[in-house]
Design a protein around this ligand. Structure first.
Ligand SMILES: [Zn+2]
Length: 138
């Protein structure tokens, strides 16, 4: 027992490896179009904006804001104790670059839409799950 909350872990594929393992280097990595520079998530073989196949991997800042959230109050999994916030975070790089995630290191009643947050990773073997906490400093 590690004390870590129970998480459903992703299946790592060649297409998503950059995203799920970037946390090993402290990086939140996404696909990005080499032509129009659009950030692409979830991973896709072509850019949804310009249909380019020139897809690159790039690290985002890991900073964003809470786009919306809900507070889960039901115990769905062992060792993942409610209440806890489930949020959609919009990354600073691009308004529609969004992740569904948990907000951590924050009291449930302090979570609010528009709150600036930053990524923090939870490590499970080779998988690094991106969670977000209130942004510290500037
Ligand atoms: Zn593009």
């Amino acid at each position: 027992m590690t004390g870590k909350p129970f998480r459903v872990l992703p299946c790592i594929t060649p297409e998503n490896r950059h995203f799920w393992t970037g946390g090993a280097d402290g990086e939140l990595r996404f696909m990005r179009c080499g032509d129009c520079r659009y950030w692409i998530h979830p991973p896709a073989p072509i850019c949804p904006e310009c249909l380019s196949k020139e897809i690159e991997i790039e690290a985002a800042s890991g900073r964003g804001v809470i786009h919306t959230y809900t507070i889960n109050r039901k115990e769905w999994y062992p060792n993942l104790h409610p209440p806890y916030p489930i949020a959609i975070v919009s990354l600073d790089e691009q308004e529609d670059l969004r992740l569904t995630t948990n907000i951590v290191d924050c009291a449930v009643d302090e979570v609010e839409i528009g709150m600036p947050v930053e990524v923090v990773f939870e490590e499970y073997d080779e998988v690094y799950l991106p969670m977000f906490r209130p942004r510290r400093g500037s």
